[in-house]
Design a protein around this ligand. Structure first.
Ligand code: C2R
Length: 167
């Protein structure tokens, strides 16, 4: 895909994180999306520190063109759940290992949502960020045949390399 064409694309995936300090880990998700030529909108919002702005961002997400949201936060990670309360887009949660509890706190806070307000929760840290991006791409690929072909090609290439490392 030509670079110019890619620039004109509307972001279909939103990557939101609880703090600027989460950015290095959440960049892993953005890197995977970039590898597949799918642009994302990347922002910092906090259910705790900027609750109004977080709710607004989530409510307006679909109208801006987003189709899947990836939300990463550490500690008492209420961000993904709060986003899921304000939008009916699929929300993928990435628990981050930023607190002294090493991410187990964020995992429980993200995964154990009440029925009817789902957050699809990935693994802790960089693995989760990468897999959130891969899962978001698979969700988009349900309706995007060109992207589905790129995912198939990627899987075939990886198999060809002997699955020595992930991505
Ligand atoms: P600072 O480094 O800014 O003190 O943040 C962030 O995701 C970060 O990992 C420390 C940690 O606090 C988390 N945080 C949340 C939320 N907002 C910030 N879990 C939230 O809304 O859930």
């Amino acid at each position: 895909m030509a670079v110019r064409e890619r620039r004109r694309q509307v972001a279909r995936i939103g990557v939101v994180m609880g703090s600027e300090s989460d950015r290095p880990t959440m960049e892993e998700a953005a890197r995977v999306l970039a590898e597949f030529g799918v642009p994302c909108e990347m922002v910092v919002r906090s259910a705790h520190r900027t609750p109004e702005a977080t709710a607004r961002w989530a409510r307006e997400a679909r109208g801006r063109g987003l189709r899947v949201i990836i939300a990463g936060a550490g500690g008492a990670a209420h961000l993904a759940g709060t986003i899921a309360a304000h939008t009916r887009l699929p929300v993928l949660g990435v628990p981050l290992a930023s607190s002294p509890l090493g991410g187990f706190d964020a995992l429980l806070a993200t995964v154990q949502m009440p029925p009817g307000v789902p957050v699809g929760t990935l693994g802790v840290g960089a693995w989760g960020a990468k897999n959130a991006a891969h899962l978001a791409l698979r969700i988009l690929a349900v309706e995007d045949a060109a992207l589905a072909r790129r995912l198939e090609q990627h899987a075939a290439d990886r198999a060809g390399r002997g699955a020595r490392r992930g991505g």
